[in-house]
Design a protein around this ligand. Sequence first.
Ligand code: PGA
Length: 250
Amino acid sequence: MSERTSYVAANWKMNKAIEEAEAFLGAFLPKRAEDGPEVVICPSYLALKATVELCAQSRARVAAQNMHEQDGGAFTGEVSAPMLHEIGVDAVVLGHSERRQYFNETDEALARKVPAALAAGLEPILCVGETEKQRDADETEAVLSQQVSTDLAAVETAQLDRLVIAYEPVWAIGTGRTATPEQAQEAVLSIRELVRSRDQSAAERIRIVYGGSMKPENAAELIAQPDIDGGLVGGASLDPDDFAAIVAAA
Ligand code: PGA
């Protein structure tokens, strides 16, 4: 039985402005038990501060969905890790497949962003995962290996367990097609083995979660897998009852 504390994050993507974020938290926060998994809410940049304030009296923590790799400078429209840290944000989603697909996020940029997040005191939630075409071509392990080794290349071994990794098969995100518990376990285990090739004890401590059409109906079975430590939840995290049910299953 692993001693890792389960980790469940709500990735709201480009949904919920401040009022909706407040309404969600007003409904969700009283539903969660004092113990149980770590819960992280990932709202849009605009709703971060209100979310930090509302979560301050609870055990829920707050993550941004992206950040720039530099601490500051002439990068119009961007937000840096120290800026997020200053307003009380604890973590940041990096390398989400939507950012890789629509905003040209590369593994080379992630190799700079992950250490920048750690240096600013943010916990990176690094997303990796294969496309359907890559899975069909039996390339899943190779893709995960390439992403994990490049994205973490500049992270010191002693800092590896300060990250959370989310295995998010691209074909399962927002599609209603969840990976089977066996598929998800196999991929998550292969990620853990990649971490083990750097450091045995970091591999035991690092949280690796699953994301991709996780719902109240399938969360318990996925999170019960020996190497799956929780979930990164998109669509089902928009509803406080559904998200609370997933948290209760973790
Ligand atoms: P989904 O999204 O739960 O809507 O599939 C997961 C994610 O993108 O993190």
